[in-house]
Design a protein around this ligand. Structure first.
Ligand code: PSU
Ligand code: MN
Length: 305
């Protein structure tokens, strides 16, 4: 069977394809591993609504019962949110295993990009991509998300990269692999919970139209790979920088003491930061995802024009 026959599109996504409407891909690891239940479900549904509010159709991607789902029903989002950490966190390497085992698989940025590409969806919204971890020189912990951006033809709207990472090394890695970073209405690379990082993006673009035209040119030229669209968290919902930096340091120290490794690192840190900030980081995280969903929808609509 060809892989395209293995994609299970929701009715809403099939209709959107038939009508040639703009579609935005959404990931599911953020639901199962990125936020606690029931906020994760509420947020996932609001993110879909945010995409619709800007005239595009959302397609949340996940693996369920041996199927590759492009577009989830409300009940499916609820089930994945309830499954939480018991769902598999699926990156590139995991896709065939979780399909064969017919388990719930929540797709990371990397896996969602792969499936979005198969489905012909070019724009994808997440919270913050994975990147080069601090201590990577010893642990070699570098998210597969970066390799996927280097290779797969999908643009990812993200509030920069997660502040738990080594952001200067993440930018070096992106540069090495020729992955462009567009700052939306900013010259500064945003740091997930905050708008500022002290680091610069390659290009500031100020309109969804300019972004759409640039993406179209990149791909018309046959330049492989994706683009990172860095969209800062709305100022009203950003965390104070020194406050959140101290909390991140504390959570990182605990992760080392407890020997947290591999794909457990990011979920552990996000949840510890949420506890230590008494929920403040979760508010920022939710708001930045909604903001990314709106921009992704605007870019997807502009690409359709
Ligand atoms: N954005 C969020 N929360 C998340 C993620 C993104 O606001 O939990 C997820 C994405 O699925 C991303 C993953 O691919 O974190 C990164 O995991 P790792 O560092 O293990 O590659
Ligand atoms: Mn990792």
């Amino acid at each position: 069977m060809h892989r395209l026959q293995m994609l299970h599109f929701s009715k809403a996504v099939v209709e959107a394809k038939e009508k040639k409407q703009a579609i935005v891909a959404l990931e599911s690891t953020i639901i199962s591993h990125g936020m606690p239940y029931p906020k994760n479900v509420e947020t996932a549904l609001e993110v879909e609504q945010a995409v619709r509010s800007k005239g595009a159709v959302p397609a949340t991607i996940a693996l369920m019962n041996g199927q590759i789902k492009v577009g989830l029903l409300r009940e499916e989002i609820v089930a994945l949110g309830k499954a939480g950490l018991s769902a598999a966190k699926v990156s590139r390497r995991d896709i065939p295993f979780i399909l064969q085992q017919k388990k719930y698989g929540a797709t990371t940025v990397a896996a969602t990009m792969i499936i979005a590409d198969w489905a012909g969806i070019r724009i994808f919204a997440t919270g913050g991509i994975g990147g080069v971890h601090r201590q990577a020189t010893q642990t070699l912990d570098i998210s597969t998300d970066l390799q996927e951006l280097a290779n797969t033809k999908v643009a990812v709207v993200s509030a920069g990269a997660k502040a738990i990472l080594d952001l200067p090394l993440t930018l070096e890695y992106l540069e090495t692999f020729g992955i462009p970073i567009i700052g939306y209405q900013t010259k500064e690379f945003p740091a997930f919970y905050t708008r500022e990082s002290g680091l610069q993006v390659d290009y500031q673009l100020d309109t969804p139209k300019a972004i759409a035209e640039t993406l179209t040119l990149k791909w018309q030229l046959g330049l492989k790979g994706g683009v990172l669209i860095a969209n800062p968290v709305p100022a009203a919902h950003a965390c104070p920088k020194s406050y959140i930096d101290d909390i991140i340091e504390c959570a990182l120290k605990e992760s080392i003491e407890q020997g947290i490794k591999g794909k457990a690192v990011t979920p552990f840190l996000l949840s510890r930061i949420e506890q230590l900030s008494e929920g403040a980081s979760l508010v920022s995280n939710i708001q930045l995802v909604l903001n990314n969903a709106r921009l992704a929808a605007e870019v997807a609509v502009a690409m359709n024009e």
